[in-house]
Design a protein around this ligand. Sequence first.
Ligand code: BEZ
Ligand code: FE
Length: 295
Amino acid sequence: MSADAAEEQRLTDAVVARIADAPDPRIRETLQALVRHMHAFVREVRPSEAEWATAIDFLTRTGQMCDDRRQEFILLSDTLGVSMLVDQINHGRDGAGTETTVLGPFYVANPPLCANGDDIARGLAGEPLFVEGQVRGQDGAPLANAIVDVWQSDDQGRYDLQFDDPDMFFLRGRFRTDSEGRYAFWSIMPRSYPIPSDGPVGALLGAAGRHPYRPAHVHFRIEGAGCDPLVTHVFVSGDEYLGSDVVFGVKDSLIADFERRARTTPLAGTSIERPHRYLRYDFVLARARGEAATG
Ligand code: BEZ
Ligand code: FE
């Protein structure tokens, strides 16, 4: 090893050793790993001082872009695939339960509770969509009284939160499953859309030769007694961005056919004669960690 390489390694070892007495073992382990990986990154990339200043400026602008409505650091994590990696580590199902994806920045807790069959488009223009399905536990039993939170973009790929008007509210709702674990609602077809790309993360995507689009999807967050809350999306099959989602959120099991239909007979009711798209999607909630199996 050259003297210069040895000095580089001595620096890394000195910083790692300086953290060795951190009182909290988790903080110690995390910080030491951070230092080792960051130093390895810098030794591999060997940035010029100007390049390092550019990196610091990028992170500074990323922080300055954040406020109550915009979280540029989460977008950075999303677009580098880190959010999905953290999701996979925490919610890997190994086949038990519906697969998960990121929550995203457009979730709003506690939207109004709707009755099954209500229309969350509330008069918004678009191609009508009827969505229904059943929520079950890992043991296969239907979950009554599960809370099914849904939100999605409009037919232009916009969420209500993206309008400057705080009174703007559309395409969200909360449903309670019936005694058979069923939920149902009317909506309109969502559309693929670009994530907010007018900030540093958008510039980074451009520099990497990447587009900013997510394939069309409907978001779900489902809570049932004794189960892990499920955060996921259902993606529209055939969307041009399924293979290149900017946040790496697509999993094959979450791609569904939004059928074209002239008439539908909901699981729980009488026929509805009206041309529309139809999605049936059933969810399986994994048992909460620490809950004993009963079946
Ligand atoms: C979303 O699907 O709403 C979303 C997720 C991650 C980043 C931006 C948007
Ligand atoms: Fe979304």
